[in-house]
Design a protein. Sequence first.
Length: 141
Amino acid sequence: MRFMVIVKASEESESGTLPDQKDLAAMGRFNEELVKAGVMLAGEGLQPSAKGARITFDDANKRTVADGPFAETKELVAGYWLLQTTTRAECIEWIKRAPFAAGEVVEIRQLFEADDFAASDPTGELRAQEKRLRETVAAPQ
Protein backbone atom coordinates (compact mmCIF):
# COMPACT_ATOMS: atom_id res chain seq x y z
CA MET A 1 0.00 0.00 0.00
CA ARG A 2 1.19 3.46 -0.82
CA PHE A 3 0.42 6.47 1.33
CA MET A 4 0.82 10.19 0.80
CA VAL A 5 1.89 11.77 4.06
CA ILE A 6 0.99 15.45 3.86
CA VAL A 7 2.81 17.89 6.12
CA LYS A 8 0.56 20.85 6.80
CA ALA A 9 1.95 24.35 6.42
CA SER A 10 2.65 26.62 9.36
CA GLU A 11 3.22 30.35 9.67
CA GLU A 12 6.96 29.60 9.63
CA SER A 13 6.88 27.47 6.48
CA GLU A 14 4.65 30.02 4.73
CA SER A 15 7.08 32.81 5.63
CA GLY A 16 9.83 30.88 3.85
CA THR A 17 11.74 30.35 7.09
CA LEU A 18 13.74 27.14 6.84
CA PRO A 19 14.14 24.85 9.85
CA ASP A 20 17.33 25.29 11.84
CA GLN A 21 20.33 22.96 11.42
CA LYS A 22 19.29 20.79 14.39
CA ASP A 23 15.79 20.21 13.01
CA LEU A 24 17.09 19.57 9.49
CA ALA A 25 19.57 17.03 10.83
CA ALA A 26 16.86 15.23 12.82
CA MET A 27 14.59 15.06 9.77
CA GLY A 28 17.52 13.83 7.67
CA ARG A 29 18.13 10.99 10.13
CA PHE A 30 14.44 10.08 10.06
CA ASN A 31 14.43 10.08 6.25
CA GLU A 32 17.49 7.80 6.28
CA GLU A 33 15.59 5.36 8.50
CA LEU A 34 12.67 5.38 6.06
CA VAL A 35 14.96 4.77 3.09
CA LYS A 36 16.94 1.99 4.82
CA ALA A 37 13.67 0.27 5.74
CA GLY A 38 12.54 0.45 2.10
CA VAL A 39 9.48 2.49 3.06
CA MET A 40 10.21 5.89 1.49
CA LEU A 41 9.50 6.26 -2.21
CA ALA A 42 9.76 10.08 -2.31
CA GLY A 43 9.65 13.09 -0.06
CA GLU A 44 10.16 16.81 -0.45
CA GLY A 45 9.54 20.12 1.24
CA LEU A 46 7.60 22.73 -0.69
CA GLN A 47 8.30 26.41 -1.23
CA PRO A 48 5.77 28.78 0.41
CA SER A 49 2.44 29.36 -1.34
CA ALA A 50 3.63 32.90 -2.19
CA LYS A 51 5.68 31.23 -4.93
CA GLY A 52 2.75 29.11 -6.08
CA ALA A 53 -0.37 29.44 -8.17
CA ARG A 54 -3.86 27.97 -8.17
CA ILE A 55 -5.84 27.22 -11.31
CA THR A 56 -9.62 27.17 -11.08
CA PHE A 57 -11.63 25.35 -13.77
CA ASP A 58 -15.20 26.42 -14.51
CA ASP A 59 -18.08 24.91 -16.50
CA ALA A 60 -17.31 27.04 -19.54
CA ASN A 61 -13.87 25.40 -19.83
CA LYS A 62 -12.28 28.62 -18.59
CA ARG A 63 -9.12 28.51 -16.47
CA THR A 64 -8.46 31.22 -13.93
CA VAL A 65 -4.98 31.51 -12.44
CA ALA A 66 -4.45 33.05 -9.00
CA ASP A 67 -0.95 33.71 -7.75
CA GLY A 68 -0.08 32.97 -4.12
CA PRO A 69 0.16 33.54 -1.28
CA PHE A 70 -3.02 31.85 -0.15
CA ALA A 71 -4.93 32.46 3.07
CA GLU A 72 -5.63 29.83 5.72
CA THR A 73 -2.26 28.17 6.32
CA LYS A 74 -4.05 25.21 7.94
CA GLU A 75 -5.27 24.27 4.45
CA LEU A 76 -1.83 24.49 2.82
CA VAL A 77 0.83 21.85 2.35
CA ALA A 78 4.47 22.41 3.35
CA GLY A 79 5.85 19.05 2.23
CA TYR A 80 5.14 15.39 1.73
CA TRP A 81 6.39 11.83 1.82
CA LEU A 82 5.29 9.02 -0.43
CA LEU A 83 5.61 5.87 1.66
CA GLN A 84 4.97 2.23 0.89
CA THR A 85 4.00 0.04 3.83
CA THR A 86 2.06 -3.17 4.22
CA THR A 87 -0.72 -1.55 6.27
CA ARG A 88 -2.11 1.84 7.24
CA ALA A 89 -1.15 1.09 10.84
CA GLU A 90 2.49 0.58 9.83
CA CYS A 91 2.50 3.94 8.03
CA ILE A 92 1.04 5.61 11.12
CA GLU A 93 3.70 4.03 13.33
CA TRP A 94 6.47 5.36 11.08
CA ILE A 95 5.08 8.88 11.05
CA LYS A 96 4.56 8.91 14.81
CA ARG A 97 8.37 8.66 15.01
CA ALA A 98 8.92 11.76 12.83
CA PRO A 99 10.74 14.60 14.61
CA PHE A 100 8.00 17.24 14.53
CA ALA A 101 7.48 20.00 17.07
CA ALA A 102 4.36 20.32 19.19
CA GLY A 103 1.40 21.57 17.18
CA GLU A 104 2.60 20.26 13.81
CA VAL A 105 -0.08 18.46 11.79
CA VAL A 106 0.47 15.59 9.37
CA GLU A 107 -2.23 13.90 7.29
CA ILE A 108 -1.97 10.37 5.90
CA ARG A 109 -3.94 9.40 2.79
CA GLN A 110 -3.82 6.08 0.95
CA LEU A 111 -3.23 6.28 -2.79
CA PHE A 112 -5.47 4.49 -5.25
CA GLU A 113 -3.76 1.63 -7.05
CA ALA A 114 -4.58 0.56 -10.60
CA ASP A 115 -6.47 -2.51 -9.38
CA ASP A 116 -8.82 -0.29 -7.37
CA PHE A 117 -10.38 0.71 -10.70
CA ALA A 118 -11.12 -2.84 -11.90
CA ALA A 119 -14.89 -2.42 -11.67
CA SER A 120 -14.73 0.74 -13.81
CA ASP A 121 -12.32 -0.82 -16.32
CA PRO A 122 -13.71 -4.25 -17.27
CA THR A 123 -11.41 -4.63 -20.31
CA GLY A 124 -8.27 -3.78 -18.33
CA GLU A 125 -7.22 -1.28 -21.00
CA LEU A 126 -6.99 1.68 -18.63
CA ARG A 127 -5.07 -0.32 -16.02
CA ALA A 128 -2.62 -1.49 -18.70
CA GLN A 129 -2.12 2.12 -19.76
CA GLU A 130 -1.51 3.12 -16.14
CA LYS A 131 1.04 0.30 -15.77
CA ARG A 132 2.90 1.46 -18.91
CA LEU A 133 2.96 5.05 -17.63
CA ARG A 134 4.31 3.99 -14.23
CA GLU A 135 7.03 1.89 -15.88
CA THR A 136 8.02 4.81 -18.10
CA VAL A 137 8.22 7.19 -15.15
CA ALA A 138 10.24 4.69 -13.09
CA ALA A 139 12.73 3.95 -15.90
CA PRO A 140 16.11 5.66 -15.62
CA GLN A 141 16.44 8.64 -17.94
